[in-house]
Design a protein around this ligand. Structure first.
Ligand code: NAP
Ligand code: HSE
Length: 429
């Protein structure tokens, strides 16, 4: 007797949702062959029923309210691809768990803010929440961490996890364009979220990093503890100067657990131009996973878009169809530790760019501030004088972020600084 179909309730019919419809419809035989049971969509929900969605949705029941969709008797898995960390996505996910449904979601914001409570609720209800699509789109990084690297003590997790930022930075680099010009281009091409600060402010990538850190280190997801800095202050001068020194600028996420606690930061950093991260172009994502036994693994691929993201959603659906029921963050949520948030303490060289008044003793004053904060200068140069102003680049020997921040805080009192300095970590990758 053929196995009973696995029935999906699909909330959200945008880029990801329609991608899911297309895979379910076009790959039905393949999915049945691989899981041993058919996967069907029974009901769908979106805001606007009349919208043309370039897909045949006629066979599916329509629900105006995603909560009602999540509670339907003919739904086994609630697939949440609406977005947003409050409102409909949260209410419907909670309703699905309470109604005994498994959940597959692409929603990193929801899990970064409420992942721990949702995981606890799912586990006490005997349900699973899977979220492969939420981090780095089509790259199977959750699977890699949760399954392939499960026997490793993870050392460090890092990566470029926001395609829009990498697009902006690499286009500035390749075309010599200003941040403002490329930001506008990306906006017009539809590469940016409706609220672009989610991308360029590092928030979207910070959500993803906090989810990876929870799995890698067995800790409760803590997005609020991620040090966040966006790319809005990066100028074409920074890109060019970094390139002259053999570096590229990336919005890089790094998470590591030390004796001091859990460091999580999503900040623009310099990385060697010839490293895999340095060579990453356009909207592509890259995640680097370092474990005690395996060493370093580098995963690269599309971080967004209909096909890649739906591929990841459906991978989770197929796991459930096969009977694979993993804990949300790789171990029971009740056993996840509360990590002490730690500000990055690993020393690194820093790139400092600033504009000074071009007058005697100006550089000496800045050098004194650095010296008094315990920061040693490795390289220093003035470039491209602009009237009474002198742009200055300093590369430090290894220092902690605290020491750099103390030095930079003293710069203002020198009376020679014009505007705000840029301080970027030079990451060893
Ligand atoms: P989208 O294109 O904006 O689609 C969102 C869908 O959700 C739309 O169909 C919308 O309905 C529906 N929706 C929104 N609020 C709703 C509500 N209150 N009730 C019912 N339906 C509602 O978004 P998307 O790009 O597919 O992203 C969906 C999720 O996947 C987000 O969490 C996003 O962060 C995540 N994600 C997206 C990508 C990507 O490449 N796009 C990659 C990774 C993760 P209408 O169509 O009627 O407006
Ligand atoms: N805005 C995100 C990005 C979409 O640019 O990577 C995928 O999460």
């Amino acid at each position: 007797m053929p196995a009973a179909p696995l029935r999906l309730g699909l909330a959200g019919l945008g880029t990801v949702g329609i991608g899911v419809v297309k895979i379910v419809q076009s790959h039905a035989d393949l999915i049945t062959a691989r899981t041993g049971r058919p996967v069907q969509i029974t009901a769908i929900s979106a805001r606007d029923r009349s919208k043309n969605r370039d897909a045949d949705l006629s066979g599916y029941a329509w629900e105006t309210d995603p909560v009602a969709l999540a509670q339907r008797d003919d739904v086994d898995i609630f697939v949440e691809v609406m977005g947003g960390h409050e409102g409909a996505a949260k209410q419907a996910t909670e309703a699905a768990i309470a109604s005994g449904k498994d959940v597959v979601t692409a929603n990193k914001a929801l899990l970064a803010h409420h992942g721990h409570e949702l995981a606890l609720a799912a586990e006490s209800a005997g349900r699973v929440i899977r979220f492969e699509a939420a981090v780095a789109g089509g790259i199977p990084v959750i699977k890699a961490l949760t399954e392939g690297l499960a026997a490793n003590q993870m050392r460090r997790v890092m990566g470029v996890m926001n395609g829009s930022c990498n697009y902006i930075l690499t286009r500035m680099q390749n075309e010599g364009l200003s941040y403002e010009a490329v930001f506008e281009e990306a906006r017009q091409l539809g590469y940016l979220e409706a609220d672009p600060n989610l991308d360029v402010g590092g928030i979207d990538a910070g959500h993803k990093l906090s989810l990876l850190a929870a799995i890698a280190f067995g800790t409760k997801v803590n997005f609020d503890a991620v040090e966040l800095e966006g790319i809005g202050a990066i100028s074409i001068d920074d890109i060019t100067l970094a390139a002259d020194m053999g570096y590229r600028i990336k919005l890089l996420g790094v998470a590591q657990l030390s004796g001091r606690g859990l460091e999580q930061r999503m900040t623009p950093c310099l990385v060697p131009a010839d490293s895999p991260l340095g060579q990453l172009q356009g909207g592509t994502n890259m995640v680097v996973l370092e474990g005690d036994s395996v060493g370093q693994i580098v995963l690269r691929g599309p971080g967004a878009g209909m096909g890649p993201t739906a591929s990841a959603v459906m991978a989770d659906v197929l796991d459930i169809a096969r009977g694979l029921r993993l804990s949300t963050f790789g171990q029971p949520a009740s056993t996840l530790a509360t990590a002490q948030p730690a500000k990055t303490a690993t020393p690194a060289s820093y790139y400092l760019r600033m504009t000074l008044l071009d007058k005697p003793g100006a550089l000496a004053k800045i050098a004194t501030c650095l010296g008094e904060a315990g920061v040693s200068i490795d390289q220093m140069r003035q470039y491209g004088h602009q009237g009474v102003n002198a742009p200055v680049l300093i590369v430090t020997h290894k220092a902690t972020r605290d020491d750099i921040d103390h030095a930079v805080a003293r710069f203002a009192a020198t009376g020679v600084l014009v505007g705000a300095p840029v301080a970027l970590r030079i990451e060893e990758v």
